[in-house]
Design a protein around this ligand. Structure first.
Ligand code: GLN
Length: 450
């Protein structure tokens, strides 16, 4: 049914870069026969899933939305993909994304934008717009995204789906094409909170292949989602993430969701995180710095595209020609920004200052979580904007991440849940944030809103 749905709507939506019908059907049939044999299977066995194209899949193309990886077939699976395969989830294919996960609209993909299933003239958010649109349009019941500055939560908000950024280190990064290694985290995109919980439990866990992987036992997320009990839970509304810049109806749906929690017995209080106002600036120094280093390996020698100039085809000239042709404008902009921020003489002023701000944001979280159990804000300041509306204005594009970025800087978990329809009848999202390793709280509060 999902493959049929993809055939019917994906010509318009462009949520998938690659669909692997035969492999998906083979897994589905295998699960059917194992189930018929009475084998005890994972709760998600046989439930199809779409995987963001920044996650490597053995034998299946993986481009990260970039021309520079066109034609590259990874020789191995990411650890999280191994978990999906072992549990018997048919992988439908790979989803579209902003190039190397740089963007908030999926418009920087080298393979054309994805459209929002609610209004095809609008963006589906980004960078994981393909995963969110696939779930929002019923092409897939589950998807995997990655969140470096909001790329799971913000697309979730603007497509009416649930998206979770787990605690940094709880899901292995092995096999994720790195953008900013200290911020990247993979997580679920689904239609319900409980689905996210089940998927999160499946992909989390210690992995010796990832040096930042936590050794904690995986929490009981699905059980937390099912309690629907928020009595006595203290929810802190972040003062710095409301008012100016937030669309009136997005704010109204946010307030209504809080009222719903209050009726269910939660206590709503206001908290201040004064350094959050500097988070966006710090992110746009740290993220490009790490990306400029991570993307140095795409040199025309090792993976995918290789452009050989006619004149003087030296190794250096092949690298220049390949990177010139293979990377899009946003990727080049960030490599330039990052290289500049890391250069001798500027390192302390830019990268060093940004790291100090990062510590201040972490302290804001620590102080806030002394007063409350979870924090809340609208996920994205607006509903989905029109395709093309912000492509030429990087600053306007970066502002979409104002509410999501602090959690990445602090390594803390977050969930976005639909809060209702706002401007132009389009979905808005509410975001909850919890302390590191307290992801269970997100499911408890999220489950209570469904
Ligand atoms: N939109 C943000 C950016 O452009 C976040 C991207 C992400 O989380 N991958 O960097």
């Amino acid at each position: 049914a999902h493959l049929d749905r993809i055939s019917a709507v994906d010509g318009d939506l462009n949520a998938f870069l690659h669909v692997d019908q035969d492999a998906a059907l083979a897994t589905a049939r295998d699960i059917d026969s194992r189930r018929a044999d009475g084998e005890e299977l994972h709760a998600l066995a046989g439930v199809p899933i779409a995987v963001k194209d920044v996650v490597v899949t053995e034998g299946q193309p993986t481009t990260a939305g970039s021309k520079i990886l066109e034609g590259w077939i990874p020789p191995y699976d990411a650890t999280l993909v191994t978990a999906l395969r072992e549990a018997g989830l048919p992988i439908l294919g790979k989803t579209n994304m902003d190039e190397f996960a740089m963007g908030s609209s999926t418009e920087t993909s080298a393979y054309g934008p994805t459209r929002n299933p609610w209004d095809r003239d609008r963006i589906p958010g980004g960078s994981g717009g393909g995963s969110a649109a696939a779930v929002g349009s019923y092409e897939a019941p589950l998807a995997i995204g990655t969140d470096t500055g909001g790329s799971i939560r913000q697309p979730g908000a603007v497509t009416g789906t649930v998206g979770v950024k787990p605690t940094y280190g709880s899901v292995s990064r092995y096999g994720l094409i790195a953008m900013a290694s200290s911020l990247d985290q993979a997580g679920p995109v689904t239609r319900t909170v409980e689905d996210s919980a089940l998927l999160h439990e499946l992909i989390a866990g210690h992995d010796p292949h990832d040096s930042t992987s936590l050794t904690d036992p995986v929490g009981s997320f699905a059980a937390a989602a099912r309690t629907k009990d928020v009595k006595g839970l203290r929810v802190g509304v972040i003062e710095e993430l409301e008012g100016e810049g937030f669309a009136p109806e997005v704010s109204a749906r946010f307030t209504e969701s809080l009222e719903q929690l209050e009726r269910a017995g939660a206590e709503i209080v206001r908290v201040s995180c004064p350094n959050f106002r500097y988070a966006l600036g710090a992110y746009y120094l740290i993220m490009p710095s790490e990306a400029s280093s991570n993307l140095a390996k795409f040199d025309g020698m090792r993976f995918g595209l290789r452009v050989i100039p006619e004149d003087h085809p030296t190794a250096e000239n092949v690298m220049k020609a390949t990177r010139g042709a293979g990377f899009g404008d946003e990727v080049k902009r960030r490599i330039l920004l990052g290289t500049y921020a890391l250069s001798a003489g500027y390192f302390d002023a830019y990268y060093g200052s940004a790291q100090k701000v990062r510590t201040l944001v972490q302290r804001d979280f620590a102080a806030a979580f002394e007063q409350v159990d979870v924090l809340a804000s609208p996920t994205s300041p607006t509903v989905a904007f029109r395709l093309g509306e912000k492509v030429d204005d990087p600053m306007a594009m970066y502002m979409n991440d104002i509410a999501t970025i602090p959690a990445n800087l602090a390594g803390t978990p977050g969930i976005s849940i639909p809060s209702g329809l706002a401007e132009d009848g389009l979905p808005a999202g509410i975001q909850f944030l919890a302390p590191a390793r307290a992801d269970e709280r997100l499911y408890r509060v999220g489950g209570a809103l469904e």
